[in-house]
Design a protein around this ligand. Structure first.
Ligand SMILES: [Zn+2]
Length: 485
């Protein structure tokens, strides 16, 4: 069976894509030395791990924009290469419960998280609930404190409390040692400033996790004496420090010669995780490798354009910020400010980690995991396969494309924000390695020969998508599948 499918694949390839000498010529301008040259800079200590909102990220943005300018790419955002936007950085470190002079402090006596509006100290009513919700009428305008026997999911309890008009949600964690371990685990994590898109993630109710001791203190009652429906009042200060952080996606635009309004978007995230425990995370593979690949692709396509062989459709080269904080830069682009209409966005090729070889392929570095190529468009998948057969002959590994793969990589990089808008995507990924998100993800470990091959595969794929007669189409039935997302 396998062989038959393979044969059909080859035949389609011969029928579908003939070798284009021009494409081969410009693919060859993508070179190991150029890739290394860019990465030596972006993954150097000077860039401090490129964390969103920091000096290192700004330096990287500047470097990329300067390079786009040197290539003569158009600056598509009000004549600049920068799509700037604000993120909210929240540090929840000031909230407490108070009764008279006595206080219970966040991250000592309870855990608190929220993006809701706050207004300093206020009296709040707390009502004890159980999972049967026997006293659901009393939830309105109160903070609902659940004692959990473990029959329902927290998400469902939160929903129910919200529906009943509750102002906040409290989960009582038992026994005591379970609470203290939750406290220590969450506290260090939650005290790092978090990032959300400014003014857009501020919905949602206030949420408190606490143990038996704090709830007994609030109710002035032994924990075992508490019953569903019991009420108490306490002063709660839900304030957190909020400071806006400006960050930017970097965009360079190459106008198509025949169908300029149709745009192929090529992305990689240029941010990384910065400094942790005093050590710089250079992020050479994640995603320095993708970023420099975008730079080389931009160079190859502009070289072609200068010689009158530019793409018929337009290509947007976009390196995005905020990926490591939750795909924020790409989400800002697709959800809030698409510089080019999404209806005219033909496809997205996203490159996130293409410079390393994983355990499984240690014998053959000439591979790449493809994710998502057939999720929305069989046509795109076939094109990608045919391009590879015609030009690059890499092993295309679809392991992570499996719906049931527990890693769910399809949802974990920037292409997803395009896919959820029914734009066909391909995600290029070399798989994980022990240096992932560690200070040891450095340039010495990058396999540049492999990276050059992957970059050329992506070049040919982009070339074909941009130059083929018919625009790549999403399949009707597949679009319906994702419409609910
Ligand atoms: Zn990444």
């Amino acid at each position: 069976m396998k062989k038959v499918i393979y044969l059909i694949g080859v035949l389609i390839a011969w029928g579908g894509i003939a070798q284009d000498k021009q494409a081969i010529k410009y693919a060859k301008t993508i070179k190991v030395d150029d890739l290394r040259g860019h990465l030596q800079i972006l993954a150097s200590d000077e860039y401090e791990g490129r964390e969103t909102g920091t000096k290192g990220q700004k330096m990287a943005a500047e470097y990329i924009a300067n390079y786009f300018e040197s290539l003569g790419l158009e600056a598509p955002v009000d004549n600049t290469y920068f799509q700037k936007f604000n993120l909210t950085s929240s540090e929840i470190s000031t909230s407490y419960f108070r009764k008279g002079e006595e206080k219970k402090m966040v991250f000592e006596d309870f855990i608190y998280f929220s993006r809701a509006e706050t207004s300093g100290e206020e009296y709040i009513n707390i009502v004890i609930a159980d999972e049967s919700d026997s006293n659901i009428k009393s939830y309105k305008d109160a903070y609902v404190a659940y004692r959990v026997q473990g029959f329902t999911r927290m998400q469902d309890r939160i929903e129910k409390a919200k529906e009943a008009g509750a102002k906040g949600f409290i989960e009582i964690i038992e026994p005591d040692d379970a609470f203290s371990s939750t406290l220590s685990r969450f506290s260090s994590f939650m005290q790092r400033p978090g990032l959300g898109l400014d003014g857009r993630d501020n919905e949602g109710s206030k949420m408190v996790l606490l143990g038996r001791e704090t709830i007994s203190w609030i109710f002035e009652k032994e924990y075992d004496q508490l019953n569903a429906g019991d009420k108490a009042q306490v002063i709660f200060n839900a304030d957190y420090l909020d400071k806006p952080t400006e960050t930017e996606n970097v965009l360079g635009f190459l106008r198509g010669s025949e169908k300029p309004e149709e745009v192929v978007v090529i992305t990689a995230h240029y941010d990384h995780i910065g400094i942790t425990n005093g050590e710089i995370n250079n992020g050479a593979d994640d995603d320095g490798s993708g970023t420099v690949t975008v730079l080389e692709l931009a160079q190859a396509f502009t070289n072609a354009a200068e010689k009158g062989k530019g793409p018929k459709r337009s290509i947007l080269f976009m390196t995005v910020t905020g990926e490591e904080k939750g795909l924020l830069g790409s989400r800002y682009y697709t959800d809030f400010n698409p510089i080019f209409p999404l209806e005219n966005t033909v496809a997205n090729l996203n490159i996130d980690m293409v410079g390393r070889v994983d355990e499984k392929h240690s014998d053959n570095p000439n591979y790449i995991y493809l994710i998502g190529s057939d999720k929305l468009s069989q046509e795109l998948h076939d094109l990608s396969e045919n391009v590879n057969t015609t030009y690059t002959n890499l092993e295309l590994d679809y392991t992570y494309n499996d719906e049931n793969d527990p890693n769910r990589f399809y949802y974990r990089s920037d292409h997803y924000n395009f896919a959820k808008n029914n734009i066909p995507i391909i995600f290029y990924f070399n798989g994980v390695h022990p240096d992932y998100h560690k200070p040891t993800d450095t340039i010495e470990k990058i396999n540049f020969d492999k990276m050059e091959k992957i970059a050329r595969l992506i070049f040919h794929t982009g070339w074909e998508i941009a130059n083929r007669e018919e625009r790549i189409k999403a399949d009707e039935d597949k679009v319906e599948n994702v419409a609910g997302n």
